[in-house]
Design a protein around this ligand. Structure first.
Ligand code: FAD
Ligand code: SF4
Length: 504
């Protein structure tokens, strides 16, 4: 038997590749599902997208100053339930035991890495092209053909999505100045999103309800749990839910998985010819540290930061528009030397109003007419740096302690970016608000990995040195973490390992 552990984006990608080869596989998964009351409502909304209670699954998101508030799914923390308690020192690491893993809460931004930033990888980044295409056969890509394609191939035909007036104004300004911006190494375009905006055969099209950050009531923002549902129809696919893997070892030609059954509270052992591990890089690393008796290991991070900004032109009425609230535009900073940085622009969403209410307290109501004008100018940038420019994370104590190893260059890099944006205010159409930017703790952007990088600590099939039958297929094996979004590349690599491993 071949085992795949985890139903997140990496686990389903690897499974897809193995099943396409006609292999029989068993997926072991912690596999939390949303509460019954949520699934019942989702079923109702899927059939009735104009239901009056469509926004009733909206939870809360605390926007006060703490680092990256926990992003819930339909108001529930089920994706995080049961995950190991980890001591964190200036680190904020999200892990998941959900069906679909962290793709149940993600922002669905999908952008391949800048190939130039992967020039030291032991495989050419372009070798992944075939597998990007394979992944985009089962994961949707929404976006537009634009100038970003020169650096970031689309790999598939994107479906256009509705853009709000604020995005249109910004892109219009930037387009007017594109040559001057390019001369400053600033490139921009539409966001690329894993969303079925036009619906599918059994899901309605986007109703522009602006609920995206809380959980899509129509379930059209891609989660790998959708692919899991498809896989379950394949007779060669067996799924074991509620299995928590603790350790994996090899004996002669057999891989042995030591696990627990979370419901029956008993220990289990599974034996197979191969195991493909996709528990998300922090949990995969934890399992492998225990399995290989590794005392300390380094995890790389793509440092996350937030820059609230004000636009020069007011998007009149944007707060009443029907819109989606995922990122709608990307800016890529591509210097001739050094690594690129990736910026995601978030135009109007109701979190900005919540934040203003928290900031102004009792004064909010009397100031509302003025603050509403401000609201139509606020945008936020979520920025990411390459792992070379970011602090690293040391994992100790059997994976139970994560500690930031401060890179003094990181803060300087983020400041340089803010300066660059400020210098180009009139060409970009927005300016960073002074003193409001914030570097997150390490892992705060959830773009982490590279604990067993291919080429040094594992081979090109994700096998840690010395192992033959245990393959790590999530971002644990990426040689570095570039600034653009991590999941698409991790999925393509997982697919590649599943498609090319000699299983004899
Ligand atoms: C709020 C948020 C927003 C994000 N936005 C984006 C974005 O816009 N774009 C982007 O590219 N990335 C984004 N990410 C990161 C993205 O979600 C992850 O990169 C991706 O989900 C990782 O996929 P994975 O399959 O490696 O692991 P995960 O998604 O973490 O899945 C892990 C799987 O393994 C299972 N599992 C875990 N431990 C065990 C165990 N011991 N035994 C058995 N099963 C186990 C879980 O049940 C789950 O099925 C975001 C993350 C967060 C938290
Ligand atoms: S706006 Fe967002 S939450 Fe609403 S239907 Fe469209 S994608 Fe889903």
């Amino acid at each position: 038997m071949i085992y795949v552990i985890g139903s997140g984006p990496a686990g389903v990608s690897c499974s897809k590749a193995l099943l396409e080869r006609g292999e029989k596989i068993t997926m072991l998964d912690a596999g939390n599902e949303p509460e019954e009351k949520i699934t019942q409502k989702l079923e109702l909304f899927r059939k009735n997208p104009d239901h009056t209670e469509i926004t009733s699954l909206k939870g809360t998101l605390d926007t006060r100053g703490q680092d990256s508030p926990l992003k819930l799914s339909y108001g529930s923390d089920y994706p995080y339930q049961g995950t190991p308690k980890i001591t964190e020192k200036n680190v904020l690491c999200r892990t998941s035991h959900a069906q679909g893993g962290l793709s149940t809460v993600w922002g669905a931004a999908i952008m391949p890495y800048l190939a130039k930033d992967c020039s030291t990888w032991p495989l050419k980044y372009s070798e992944l092209d075939t597998y990007f295409k394979k992944v985009l056969e089962f994961m949707p890509i929404a976006g537009y053909k634009d100038e970003l394609e020169e650096y970031f191939p689309l790999h598939s035909k994107p479906t256009p999505y509705p853009r709000c007036s604020q995005t249109k104004l910004l892109l219009e300004t930037m387009n007017k100045n594109k040559k001057k911006l390019a001369s400053q190494n600033i490139f921009f375009g539409h966001a690329r999103l894993a969303v079925h905006f036009n619906g599918t055969k059994d899901k309605p099209a986007c109703i522009k309800c602006a609920n995206c950050l809380y959980g899509c009531p129509l379930q059209i923002i891609y989660s790998s749990s959708f692919t899991l549902k498809e896989l379950l129809k394949n007779p060669n696919f067996n799924y074991e839910q509620g299995i928590i893997v603790e350790k994996i070892s090899e004996e002669n030609d057999t891989a042995i998985i030591h696990a627990g059954d979370s419901k029956k509270n008993k220990k289990l052992t599974f034996r197979g010819e191969r195991v493909f591990v996709a528990c998300g890089s922090a949990l995969t690393t934890r399992i492998m540290m225990k399995s290989l008796d590794v005392k300390e290991i380094t995890l790389k991070d793509s440092q996350h930061f937030v820059i609230p900004c004000l636009t020069l032109r007011r998007a009149k009425g944007v707060s009443n528009e029907k819109l989606h609230t995922l990122s709608q535009a990307f800016i890529e900073l591509i210097p001739s030397e050094g690594k690129s940085a990736h910026l995601q622009i978030y135009t109007y969403n109701d979190l900005y109003e919540q934040r203003l209410k928290q900031m102004f307290g009792k004064m909010y109501s009397p100031l509302k007419p003025i603050l509403n004008l401000l609201l139509e100018r606020i945008i936020a940038i979520q920025g990411y740096l390459h792992s070379d420019d970011s602090s690293e994370i040391t994992i100790k104590e059997n994976g139970n302690e994560l500690q930031q190893e401060l890179n003094p260059l990181t803060e300087t890099k983020a400041k340089q970016i803010i300066k660059l944006l400020r210098r180009n205010t009139f060409k970009l159409g927005f300016t960073p608000i002074p003193f409001m930017n914030k570097l997150s703790k390490s892992a705060g952007g959830s773009h982490i990995g590279s604990s067993f990088p291919m080429g040094t600590k594992s081979d090109l099939l994700g096998r840690p040195i010395g192992l033959q039958r245990i393959h790590l297929v999530d971002s644990s094996v990426l040689p570095s973490i570039a600034a653009q979004t991590i999941t698409l590349t991790a999925m393509a690599n997982a697919y590649r390992i599943g498609a090319t491993t000699n299983l004899k």
